[in-house]
Design a protein around this ligand. Sequence first.
Ligand code: AMP
Ligand code: GLY
Length: 425
Amino acid sequence: MNKNVLILGSGGREHALAWKISQSSLLSNLYCIPGNPGIATLASCPTGISEDAEALTRFIHDNKIDIFVCGPEAPLAEGLMDKLRQNLSDDVILIGPGRQGATLESSKQFAKEFMMRYNIPTAAYKSFNSQSLNQATEFIMTMNTPVVLKADGLAAGKGVVICNTRQEAVQEVTDMLNGKFGEASKVVVVEEFLRGIECSVFVLTNGEQYIVLPEAKDYKRVGEADAGPNTGGMGSVSPVPFFTDTLRKRICLNIIEPTLSGLKAEKIEYQGFIFFGLIIVNGDPYVIEYNCRLGDPETESIMLRIESDFIEMMTACHEGSLENYKIKISPQSAATVFLVSGGYPGTFAKGKMITLPSINSNSVLFHAGTAFSEGNLVTSGGRVIAVSSLAEGLSDAISTSNRLADEIKFDGKYFRRDIGFDLQL
Ligand code: AMP
Ligand code: GLY
């Protein structure tokens, strides 16, 4: 029987999920709340439905939704899935962990302690609160530079500060513990800086079994050559050229499997995605962060490479039959280039008219910050549109996305032309 699917979210990640799910031969109706103008070309985006558990339960019930996928982390951290699970029959497939599972992302201190308990490689650290500011200062004075400071809680991607000197780190930890990031920085993790190359690894799991989705690398800094402040993500590539089979095996054995057995040991049920933010140091993977959802803009690249039916995968996850599930991944390469509004991640204009080029079937334009105003497509956010392309090799995928990025027009448009610059292509 075909399935009705509901996605929660409104960004490029959710557009990419909707794009992939809309191709499933097992799909009946696709809905997205609240969605965006791009998603609305693939799914019904009903208006006026609030995003709380009561309204979503009613919607799931009334529209006979079989599968619910939560895109962003905030509702997961607030326990949306626990409430839905209580309200709904076991047949409804929920993709996303409950509040406890989401703590892997929503508390860096919890994540670090968890990794210590299960011997999962991560940077050495200590955590502090406002009562232990003096100890934090003493600890920082013993550290090598740079020093990494992390607000414990969710801070909209801004909670990590890398300090080049100990003096700077002492000042910053003082500001953070004094409420620089509000509640999120009441506890601060102070950790060693790892020198290596980053990559993002994603699994779909039911807590027992897992499948590894294509790996990716994202580019967070606003400027070319990774200069300037962090953003929500300026682009991504998949596959990652240095990601060998040996590295994959090491990640499964030393990171993914201990994480799942740790969750089980702590009786934390987990069905959904786990995103392992890794740094590879001399061939050895270390976890720098866990996320309880897919990455953005990694999803925009990896969805182009997944050939398996996404509904089939999510159903197998729920039914406990991932053990023998062989995910089909395209050997081709995908690259995503994000078009942002000038000034982002600082202040930027909104409401600028957007003109889109025609594209061929190897590329997709994923909407993130767009809206309709008086019949025109306009900008409505910092990150506006992700251009994703699939090609034989990464260089081709990147140049195709760059060419399309040039052809999209709106006032103040900015994008990085150097996505993939650090990879030997
Ligand atoms: P996060 O918000 O945890 O993704 O961290 C933001 C960025 O800070 C990461 O993408 C890394 O580039 C960097 N980072 C975090 N932790 C470390 C670390 N221990 N060593 C080096 N870089 C780090
Ligand atoms: N691309 C990083 C993230 O989604 O957090």
